[in-house]
Design a protein around this ligand. Structure first.
Ligand SMILES: Nc1ncnc2c1ncn2[C@@H]1O[C@H](COP(=O)(O)OP(=O)(O)OP(=O)(O)O)[C@@H](O)[C@H]1O
Ligand SMILES: [Mg+2]
Length: 342
């Protein structure tokens, strides 16, 4: 472990109101690298709070640590990766160090997950009905018959046609869009307090993507949710607040309007179109020159500096996540509104 975690947990809190449901403090997830002196930090000192009723967007390039952050919350970081530092609290209960059977209860009961590929979350060799009823029976005190009825209603509620007949069917018999609906039904069936959707619409074509987004919005308008997406347009439509991740760290966080209309971190600026008045509903993502640091790079200073057109000599020190005007930004030279007006 050669990389030092910087930035304080408190810095990642925002002043907005709402009861805190989930609280992540200085989370570090590492993957061992055989034959190398250091492990690879996929998540490097991430802290944030998720408040009741809030939809929090997590955006960033591929490999920035979004999924590993999400999987940490469910206690399912794939081996040999593991959480090596930090803590995760669900309300007042610490959940990152629970025994396996307790963690299983948290998943489904408290936190539901919708994956990008429904086949990751669904068992291909078991009927849809048996997967839904098994989950109900594991988490709720009901009879088998009641569980079947709940399964039927769960499918019906997410817009699966002929839901009763579908209970007997298998995931592969459905189209991608319907499979994603089944996955959402499975994530919601035990009424978890928090929903995590990781690229839930990415694999679908545009029309179906819009339908699934409508479903998420309609079913989850008052839910507490973390939405992971590459698509700023999707984030703009659904999220209240957004966190931008880069190389395992949060580099900027603010309300969706704040981040889209006046990005402060050069990386966020790069992610969004440089066009001054872009359409907030459909902001364009533009490619940023260069590539993110790889596992091989042990970055001492700001991990974005090699790609940053605003980098200066002081960027060889790690910038903490701190307030710059209205916004939490990890940058020595944030794009401040006051400076832009000059
Ligand atoms: N099984 C693994 N072994 C080693 N490294 C891994 C493993 N799984 C993920 N990683 C590394 O962890 C880092 C973070 O991965 P993660 O899946 O969280 O990225 P992501 O932001 O979700 O990307 P994407 O947008 O492509 O889904 C990546 O650099 C990846 O290479
Ligand atoms: Mg991912």
């Amino acid at each position: 472990m050669s990389v030092v975690t910087e930035g304080t947990a408190d810095a990642a809190r925002t002043a907005a109101s709402g009861e805190t449901i989930l609280s992540v403090n200085d989370l570090v997830v590492e993957f061992p690298r055989p034959g190398q002196p250091t492990d690879f930090r996929a998540v490097n000192g991430v802290s944030f709070d998720l408040r009741q009723g809030e939809t929090l967007g997590l955006v960033g390039e591929s490999g920035s640590g979004k999924s590993m952050t999400a999987l940490s919350l469910l206690g399912i970081v794939p081996a040999p990766g593991k959480i090596i530092e930090g803590s995760i609290n669900l309300r007042d209960r610490r959940i990152d160090n629970l025994p396996v059977n307790e963690l299983r209860k948290v998943r489904g009961n408290d936190i539901g997950m919708v994956f990008q590929d429904p086949m990751t979350g669904l068992n291909p060799v078991r009927s849809i009905g048996s997967q839904l009823t098994e989950s109900v029976l594991r988490h709720q005190d009901v009879s088998k018959q009641e569980a079947i009825e709940l399964a039927f209603h769960a499918l019906d509620d997410v817009g699966i046609p002929s839901a009763r007949e579908r209970l007997e069917g298998f995931p592969h018999e459905l189209s991608g869009g319907l499979r994603q609906r089944v996955m959402i039904a499975l994530a919601l069936i035990n009424h978890p307090e928090v929903i995590i959707a990781d690229e839930a619409t990415t694999a679908l074509d545009a029309t179906i993507q819009a339908q699934i987004l409508d479903l998420l919005r309609e079913r989850l308008s008052s839910a507490t949710m973390i939405l992971i997406t590459h698509d700023m347009g999707v984030a703009a439509e659904i999220c209240d607040r957004i966190m931008v991740m880069y190389a395992g760290r949060i580099v900027e966080t603010g309300t969706i309007e704040e981040v889209l209309t006046s990005p402060r971190h050069p990386y966020t600026v790069g992610l969004l179109s440089a066009v001054p008045k872009f359409d907030i509903r459909r902001p364009k993502l533009v490619p940023i020159p260069g590539i993110p640091p790889t596992a091989e790079d042990i970055v001492r200073g700001c991990p974005f500096a090699p790609r940053c057109r605003f980098a200066e000599t002081d960027c060889d020190q790690r910038p903490p996540l701190e307030y710059a005007e209205d916004r939490l930004v990890a940058c020595w030279h944030p794009r401040l509104a006051s400076e832009r007006k000059k």
